[in-house]
Design a binder for this molecule. Structure first.
Ligand SMILES: Nc1ncnc2c1ncn2[C@@H]1O[C@H](COP(=O)(O)OP(=O)(O)OP(=O)(O)O)[C@@H](O)[C@H]1O
Length: 321
């Protein structure tokens, strides 16, 4: 059934492994008809979240549902959700077709779906080849074929672009976009924004198990902005002057100020008016990748400021001085 109802809802989800808080109070919704990227650095809790969604790990608290139900309550789950959590789990001596037949039998899916799935991932002529001879890209495709066996409404993929060459990434992009365009749902994780930037429409970014951005990629793009880095003799006085001029100022870890929305000339004029000596200035444009680092590592603004830890909110960029 592909009626556009394949909605994923994560609400207040948390998971601790002993003292490790892998996921903390995470909430987001993934809608059909779009590719949603689930982005975060290594160890930020992506796999744990996906495993909770797929009923493989029990949440400490909160819920994760597909079509309003936890995974284990889904009737005929293979037709609702197809997932790839590990693209390496093949018997190397089995052919691609044999591998898929084993899974089809376990899922109660007719054998005819095997060749269909191979065709879908562009491996129609590789069915008789042993999985052990496959490149990483082909293994990723075979894993995807496995997820497609039940003709699912929702695809959940953990790092599907990992290790793919540019051609493989382009193929995956076209495939997932077409899948979503047919009214179905795609949630794919990655730790590398550039890898999925041209594939996803929506983004959920997590850091240390918490959501730091949830929105359309265009919203993140709109946040790309230029700023001026400035080293001043009296930073506090300069901040006052810049604030009075309506400008936003962040501290960067090396002690400089980052002024958003003004070029170096404007900043220099304001400093001169206030009688503040400047030692160095640099115009800088924050790209998407830097924004991602900013959100997930505090590289720019998540640093200690005036004795308080900057707290990024889930839709903005915290840490303004
Ligand atoms: N079974 C487990 N037992 C103990 N700690 C775990 C377990 N699974 C995950 N963790 C810890 O939970 C945190 C989140 O891990 P997780 O694998 O979910 O992150 P991730 O974002 O998927 O990382 P990666 O991109 O490296 O796969 C990490 O600190 C990890 O070490």
């Amino acid at each position: 059934m592909h009626d556009g109802s394949g909605r994923i809802v994560v609400e207040g989800l948390s998971k601790s492994f002993g003292p490790v808080s892998a996921v903390q109070d995470l909430s987001f919704t993934v809608r059909p008809g779009a590719v949603t990227g689930f982005l975060g650095p290594n160890g930020s809790g992506k796999t744990t979240t996906l495993r909770m969604l797929l009923g493989l790990v029990m949440p400490t608290s909160g819920t994760a549902t597909i079509n309003g139900l936890p995974f284990h309550q889904l009737p005929n789950p293979a037709s609702v959700v197809g997932a790839v959590l590990d693209a390496q789990s093949f018997h190397p001596g089995r052919t691609a077709r044999h591998h898929l037949r084993c899974y089809a039998a376990a899922m109660n899916v007719p054998d005819t779906q095997v060749d269909r799935a191979l065709e879908l991932v562009g491996m129609g002529s590789a069915g008789k080849r042993k999985a052990g001879t496959f490149s990483l890209g082909m293994r990723q495709r075979l894993a995807l074929a496995t997820a497609l066996l039940g003709d699912p409404q929702v695809l959940v993929l953990d790092e599907p672009a990992n290790g793919l060459d540019p051609e493989g990434i382009a193929w995956l992009r076209n495939f997932l976009k077409a899948f979503a365009a047919s009214g179905r749902t795609v949630l794919m994780s990655s730790h590398f924004l550039r890898e999925i930037e041209h594939t996803v429409d929506q983004l959920v970014i997590i850091s240390r198990g918490r959501c730091v951005f949830d929105g359309h990629l265009d919203e993140l793009r709109a946040a790309q902005r230029s700023r001026t880095l400035v080293q001043a003799a009296d930073p506090r006085k300069l901040i006052e002057k810049l604030h009075a001029a309506g400008l936003s100022v962040d501290y960067v870890p090396d002690g400089r100020l980052a002024v958003t929305g003004a070029d170096s000339r404007t900043v220099a004029d304001l400093a001169l008016e206030a009688g503040i000596a400047l030692y160095a200035m640099q115009d800088e444009r924050i790209g998407l990748e830097q924004l991602f680092f900013q959100l997930t590592h505090g590289q720019y603004t998540g640093v200690q400021q005036h004795g308080a830890q900057a707290a990024p909110d889930a839709r903005g960029f915290g840490g303004t001085a």
